[in-house]
Design a binder for this molecule. Sequence first.
Ligand SMILES: [Zn+2]
Length: 298
Amino acid sequence: MELVEAQIQTISKEQLQLISSEQQCMEALFSAKWPDGFRCARCNHSHAYKITTRRLPLFECSSCHYQESLTKGTLMEGSRSDLRKWYHALLLFSHNPTGITALQLSAAIGVTYKTAWLILHKFRYCMGEADANTMLSGIVRVNCAMYGKPYNPSMERHPQEQPLLIGASVNDEGDPVYVKIKQVFQEHLLGRTIRPIGTRHFSDCHIEPDTDDLESVTARYSSRRFHRLLNVVKKAGQWINTTFHGIGPKYLQAYLNEYCSRLNLAIHGTSVFRYLIRLCVTIAPVTYASLLRSASRS
Ligand SMILES: [Zn+2]
């Protein structure tokens, strides 16, 4: 397989080697799924027989005979694509700091547009789920923001405008150390204004309940607004518009989750590839149908 994204130079020789054979991808997935060796999901026994009559091996517990496929419980569960394609997609997604479109991915790994779209949205789904389990804490700042038309002088909301809330745990200097950007639900809006129930919902879902240093700004032109947070939203919007040529409200949250995850990983110097591999084997699998359903509510 060729790497068509010539600008990606951070992929190591080992990682390139990995996607050269299905066998190596299976071994890599085995190690990610069972880092301390096989564990039976039913009885916790540590020895299994490997059954290799299928495309992907099955592992049968030698104590209770429970059978588990290599991809069961992982993001790849139920997928008909080779593991090589999944790992290739993971590498391209992880090592391209500006992200990758479904069209680029489909050409790079030789799958249909729909399959590429689904793979990328599964990665974004994982990132969103991991973020949902991470609460803001310490010093927390929240500000209202907008995705869409950069300048709209009218008081009415333009249909392309999406009201957002950005929240961040910040350090003593006010620099964000963990960032979330969330779409505000229609029922939490009054025109362009976020109703108090909207900020309360954000707090309930995303901020540790015992946070005592919390400030929220919900008036757009408040003199107290947090410029550092608004700058993050601006960059997120530019990224979405440049890489993906703009995203409608239905899938916007998935892209915001990807942006924030990449940013949070960069702040902490964590490898996107390693982080995603861990998520692939720890976040419960998701189907195409539920991705379509849940996109706007994540
Ligand atoms: Zn067992």
